[in-house]
Design a protein around this ligand. Structure first.
Ligand SMILES: *Cc1c(COP(=O)(O)O)cnc(C)c1O
Length: 371
């Protein structure tokens, strides 16, 4: 087998520890749903879902039916809740594959109900409401009565089994704006109470990783988590979770360069003194951000060092002047949890990005290695 320029290592023992931390945070009666959308943020939906199923994860979630069917083809058994709607013509496929579909409005419900009738069965659904994110679902703010009436019509349909009531919160990260999260959570609870009072019984869920930690009082019947499981949600590190993934490359060439040498395209970096530099095998072609890497670091032999100049498509240059022991073929960590390595959050902070985004953008062609 040939050697790769760069690769992602996913440490399943860290995933197991993160899962255990989450178990300890669950309120009684709350069921965790592992969201593995977008190939589990790029880390591999099938291998991660397999590991989580082994750990007893009771439900999985994907963005759409195609992602869910990929898990089924790989032999995963847990029920799969979609986050987005299906095309009504795919209703039978969802029914046959143990997929639970969100209902985003009455029109959509009617189409799926007739499709389920034609298929001779019932489709499992959760009703999705919008309490302020203004994305998918039946809008609630300012029209509670109309939203209740719409849900009454949906729950009267005989070929849908409406099991849950779900929403998604704006997820304000800045504590100064957490009150906006709380407004939406409270509206959702109030709305669920109003449905219950009218005899409509649906299992509510509204939390993702950020809110699961900050507002345990809103865990309700389910929580939907990804970044906490992967160890990239801020705030969990003090509880012992760690990023399960490390992005690595290696030293392809080491050279001494004199003072005044320009490094990389556009000559944006000129050596201020004689230096030793190393060429590594990652670049923006792998999904890193080219234009915004000023200040980027990587680590080698447990020590952090600067990326010099611009990333190119498949290669980058790092400073080895202060790491004379670095040798050809050494592993270089772009981000990860190892001693000295920049974290994925450090990398994201370079350009105002988000850890989820950084790992999700890494190309599918990069080998994923599961430890
Ligand atoms: C992605 C997603 C989640 C999981 O988000 P994390 O913040 O990574 O836990 C939960 N719910 C919905 C609707 C999502 O789209």
């Amino acid at each position: 087998m040939i050697e790769n320029r760069c690769w992602l290592e996913i440490d399943l023992s860290i995933l197991r520890k993160n899962w255990a931390v989450i178990q300890g945070l669950l309120q009684p009666g709350c069921t965790p749903i592992a969201v593995v959308k977008a190939n589990c943020y790029g880390l591999g939906a099938v291998p991660i879902a397999r590991e989580l199923e082994k750990l007893g994860c009771p439900m999985l979630s994907t963005a759409d039916l195609a992602e869910a069917l990929e898990l089924r083809r790989a032999g995963l058994q847990a029920p799969i809740l979609l986050l987005g709607p299906i095309d009504p013509k795919d209703t039978a496929a969802a029914m046959e594959n143990g997929v639970i579909v969100p209902v985003v409005d009455l029109e959509h419900a009617l189409l799926m109900d007739s499709a389920a009738r034609r298929a001779g069965g019932r489709l499992r659904t959760h009703i999705k409401v919008d309490v302020g994110l203004t994305r998918l679902g039946i809008p609630v703010p300012g029209r509670t009565g109309a939203a209740i009436a719409e849900i009454q019509q949906i729950t009267a349909l005989s070929h849908l089994t409406n099991e849950g009531l779900m929403t998604h919160i704006s997820g304000m990260m800045d504590p100064a704006y957490d009150y906006r999260n709380v407004e939406q959570l409270a509206l959702f609870r109030q709305f669920h109470d109003q449905l219950t009072a009218r005899g409509i019984s649906l299992k509510p869920h509204c939390e993702s990783s950020l809110l699961f930690l900050s507002h345990p009082e809103y865990q309700m019947d389910y929580v939907r988590l990804t970044s906490a499981i992967l160890g990239i949600q801020k705030g969990y590190d003090k509880l012992g979770t760690r990023c399960a993934a490390q992005f690595k490359t290696k030293l392809l060439q080491i050279k001494k360069v004199p003072r005044g040498a320009s490094i990389g395209y556009w000559m944006t970096y000129v050596t201020p003194r004689d230096m030793t530099v190393g060429v590594v095998g990652v670049g923006y072609g792998d999904g890193l951000i080219r234009s915004l890497t000023a200040g980027a670091k990587m680590s080698v032999r447990g020590r952090q060092t600067d990326v010099l100049g611009k990333l190119s498509m498949s290669f980058a240059v790092i400073d080895l002047t202060e790491i004379p022991e670095a040798a050809l073929g050494d592993v270089v960590t772009v981000f990860g949890h190892e001693e000295g390595a920049p974290s994925v959050q450090d990398y994201a902070a370079l350009y105002g990005g988000h850890a989820c985004e950084v790992i999700t953008m890494l190309k599918d062609s990069i080998p994923r290695i599961y430890l």
